[in-house]
Design a protein around this ligand. Structure first.
Ligand code: CAA
Length: 240
């Protein structure tokens, strides 16, 4: 039977590419989205992949959402924690709300989703969890104390959970994308982005499918000995 995967934030940007790559590899994919109904409907029409609405920062919604996926598609074997938001501002202008929103979605979402699926994966002796971190969690970024803290937290979360999952056949890894050509990166002011791209040795933004291929590898059966690792896919912008 096909393995079942849940991709959070799976209907747009990097998440869409991950959903499609897992589907193409034969998995039964549930793409979660937070609120953009119109984009999710278009995604499902385009790809045939089912989309499921819930807010990853809401613990109970994650538990209920995963239960619904399990009922409709089967037990969840693969979780990709991809959902993420930015609320960029320098410290002077960053409000407590901007901090909370980013921490709750980007990092809290990883906990909520893992809590909903981890025990089941251990019981069935197979699981793959891939958390999408960021170059900015590794290196920091001007105007992103909230996002950098959350993404850096994801890298620690990954290494800790990997230790708990290892004996039960559950691998937990992270990918740290650099600047990828998505709506999120397009929202960075043009002149700021131009300066960032100038510092990427490969000389261009990354593509969402280049991140998806990394996720696919970590989720495969061949990835069974890789756990607690971070795969940087950033065009050489930060060598960690
Ligand atoms: N280092 C040092 N100084 C910097 C700087 C940097 N990296 N970036 C800007 N500054 C300086 C500017 O030169 C400016 O100085 P002056 O006032 O002397 O001219 C000052 O800081 C203020 O800069 P801005 O005019 O840009 O300030 P702002 O308040 O209008 O905007 C900001 C601040 C919102 C943080 C804006 O700079 C910004 O959006 N930066 C991009 C942040 C970024 O890279 N976000 C990534 C989003 S995508 C993502 O996160 C995906 C992923 O995982 C990679």
């Amino acid at each position: 039977m096909a393995r079942v995967a849940v991709v959070t934030g799976g209907t747009r940007g990097i998440g869409e590419a991950i959903s499609v790559a897992l589907r193409d590899a034969g998995l039964n994919v549930a793409a979660n989205y937070a609120g953009n109904e119109e984009k999710a409907r278009a995604f499902t029409e385009r790809t045939g992949i089912r989309s499921y609405q819930w807010d990853v920062s809401d613990f109970d919604a994650c538990v209920a959402g995963c239960a619904r996926v399990a009922q409709e598609l089967g037990p969840i074997d693969v979780l990709v924690n991809n959902a993420g938001i930015t609320r960029d501002a320098t410290m002077k202008r960053m409000t407590r709300q901007m901090w909370d929103e980013v921490l709750d979605v980007n990092l809290g979402g990883c906990f909520n989703m893992a809590q909903a699926v981890f025990q089941g994966m251990q019981d069935r002796k197979f699981g793959r969890i891939v958390n999408i971190g960021s170059i900015n969690g590794q290196a920091g970024q001007y105007g992103q104390v909230n996002y950098a803290a959350a993404k850096s937290g994801i890298h620690g979360f990954t290494k800790a959970l990997a230790q708990e999952g290892a004996r039960g056949g559950v691998t937990v890894n992270a990918i740290a994308p650099g600047y990828i050509d998505t709506e999120m990166v397009a929202a960075v002011p043009e002149e700021v982005l131009a300066k960032i791209v100038a510092r990427i040795p490969v000389g261009r933004l990354g593509r969402a499918d280049e991140i998806a291929r990394g996720v696919l590898f970590l989720c495969s059966d061949d990835g069974g000995f890789i756990t607690g690792s971070t795969l940087s896919i950033n065009g050489g912008q930060h060598m960690y």
